[in-house]
Design a protein around this ligand. Structure first.
Ligand SMILES: C[S@@+](CC[C@H](N)C(=O)[O-])C[C@H]1O[C@@H](n2cnc3c(N)ncnc32)[C@H](O)[C@@H]1O
Length: 210
């Protein structure tokens, strides 16, 4: 009586094993399988994104909610919203939110983030795939306001320019962190080159006329 075995399971015991049945193909709307970001990488992502109390963070594909909890509990952010397709993960994360008394600060939306509006977000976190990021690019372009930041674990947003001074990524062990600021991220090399060509075209026309 009263021994360790008769004590109620703690929260992590209750939810452990819930996630193991997940795989890439569970949902046709999925652009990434469930793989959690290690917590030291989560912290670095949030440091790089310079998050603070005034930010509203959206984690697209929030898994077990670790980015949301770290942002609120360690970085004092007042609002973090996660989107997740998998109903069991949503349920377990909501239980955790309840358990920790964070209902006013963290919200998890069950469903496909492609159907959501991102305009409220000042910071977006991603751990998806390069092709998933590319599919999101037009939405980011249309919906994110100037000053918004995007921080992506391991996968870049192709054709966009990172905000790191040498335009590369940050490394945390073998993990990469890509960081973008809106609207500087849009300044791809291609339009500049085109502008230069247009200038030459104009000059050529002037010479041809003369
Ligand atoms: C690699 S995990 C990342 C989990 C968490 N963000 C982290 O970094 O620990 C990607 C998550 O995105 C979810 N996901 C993939 N496509 C999605 C979509 N279209 N809408 C909502 N969630 C999606 C998957 O179910 C999975 O849990």
């Amino acid at each position: 009586m009263g021994g360790r075995d008769s004590e109620p399971e703690d929260f992590d015991d209750r939810i452990s094993g819930w996630h193991h049945s997940l795989s890439w193909g569970d949902n046709t709307e999925s652009v990434a399988p469930y793989v959690p970001t290690p917590l030291n990488v989560v912290r670095q992502m949030l440091i790089i994104a310079e998050i603070g109390p005034d930010d509203v963070l959206y984690d697209l594909g929030c898994g077990d909610g670790r980015i949301l909890f770290t942002a609120v509990e360690e970085f004092n952010i007042s609002r973090a919203v996660g989107f997740e397709l998998n109903p069991r993960m949503v349920e377990s994360t909501r239980l955790k939110i309840e358990d920790r008394g964070l209902n006013g600060k963290i919200k998890v939306v069950e469903g496909n983030f492609f159907e959501e509006d991102f305009s409220e977000a000042s910071v977006i976190t991603l751990y998806l795939t390069t092709s998933g990021n590319a599919k999101l690019r037009p939405k980011f372009h249309d919906e994110l306001r100037s000053g918004a930041r995007i921080v992506s674990h391991d996968f870049p947003i192709v054709d966009w320019i990172t905000a790191k001074h040498d335009q590369g990524y940050y490394s945390v062990g073998s993990h990469k962190i890509y960081f973008y600021r809106i609207p500087q991220a849009y300044n791809s090399k291609a339009p500049e080159k085109k502008e230069q060509e247009d200038r030459w075209d104009r000059l050529k026309r002037l010479f041809d006329r003369g």
